[in-house]
Design a protein around this ligand. Structure first.
Ligand code: ATP
Ligand code: ATP
Ligand code: MG
Ligand code: MG
Ligand code: MG
Ligand code: MG
Length: 257
């Protein structure tokens, strides 16, 4: 557009470029999902379909934004790690935030019926988002460990809470009986009263979900003597690993390099 006398309004915009040489962590979280989960009768404590829907949205994010190198999700939240050198939207915070949150939300709505074919989406879901910059990969790992510890603490509590409620206690009584209990007390409660071995519960509930680009070997064809010709293909993969200990990172050094 040619310059008009109104052009000056543009000067009021602020520069919100994130600093260079930093990993960018974007965390989104469902707005009022306590109520959203109740309105859509999510299974308690963990609705598997709802978690799988979140995971599919995260897979779409990695496919749509190739600079996202890793994502970690639990409950109604997902964290996305953008590589240190990303120039996505010239690193403008508001662009990165608004486009990724709206993209995630749209995929959530579009894919809803695939995971809940018999449940109508009764209200428009929304997600909040924030960006945080971390100057070193080891801090990004600590960030992810922080989220996974949170996943563990919440899941252990919620598993006990809902076991007690489903066995006839009121929500208040369940809350009371868990007050001040330690991690080992909760494991003991699950085992003694409900014959549940916490460690045997699905890894997705205990560990949350990791989404990353894996290098998988696949057979492309057979050669003239019938031997398989293989090549490495990049594939966006979902897994439920321990990301606090070094094992996963040692096996996938290219993710945060
Ligand atoms: P806010 O808007 O502040 O984020 P919130 O109600 O979304 O509030 P959170 O702390 O984000 O609160 O917690 C999300 C809540 O959503 C959980 O407490 C749980 O009740 C519910 N929830 C999310 N995903 C699931 C799921 N897969 N299965 C069962 N419940 C879920
Ligand atoms: P960016 O991602 O940078 O915003 P863009 O393709 O969205 O790129 P805009 O400058 O926002 O570009 O312009 C929006 C374009 O969308 C218009 O140029 C027009 O082609 C198209 N468009 C939007 N709304 C309508 C509409 N109601 N009818 C016809 N075309 C439309
Ligand atoms: Mg919140
Ligand atoms: Mg929430
Ligand atoms: Mg949450
Ligand atoms: Mg546009």
């Amino acid at each position: 557009m040619a310059n008009s006398k109104y052009e000056y309004v543009k000067k009021f915009e602020v520069d919100d470029k994130l600093p260079p040489h930093n990993w960018i962590v974007l965390r989104i979280d469902g707005c009022h999902f306590h109520r959203f989960a109740a309105d859509h009768m999510f299974e308690k404590p963990n609705d598997e379909n709802a978690l799988n829907l979140m995971n599919i949205c995260a897979v779409s994010m990695l496919e749509h934004f190739p600079d996202v190198v890793f994502a970690y999700g639990v409950s109604d939240e997902y964290s996305f790690i953008l590589k240190e050198t990303t120039e996505l939207y010239q690193r403008r915070a508001s662009k990165i935030l608004s486009l990724s949150v709206s993209y995630f939300t749209s995929v959530y709505v579009m894919k809803w019926k695939d995971f809940f074919p018999h449940k109508e989406l009764r209200e428009p879901p929304s997600f909040d988002g924030r960006v945080i910059c971390y100057p070193r990969a080891n801090i990004v790992r600590d960030y992810l460990a922080w989220r996974q510890v949170d996943c563990h603490i919440n899941n252990q509590y919620n598993t006990c809470f809902w076991m007690l409620v489903k066995s006839g206690k009121t929500e208040r009584e369940a809350q009371e009986s868990l007050k001040g209990t330690l991690s080992k007390d909760k494991n003991e409660l699950l085992f003694q009263h409900f014959s549940v071995n916490y460690d045997k519960l699905p890894a997705m509930f205990r560990k949350g979900s990791c989404v990353y680009v894996d290098k998988v070997e696949e057979t492309v064809k057979l050669d003239y003597s019938g031997n398989p010709v293989k090549r490495l293909r990049k594939k966006v993969t979902v897994g439920h690993f321990d990301i606090i200990s070094p094992k996963f990172w040692n096996e996938h050094p290219y993710i945060l390099e």
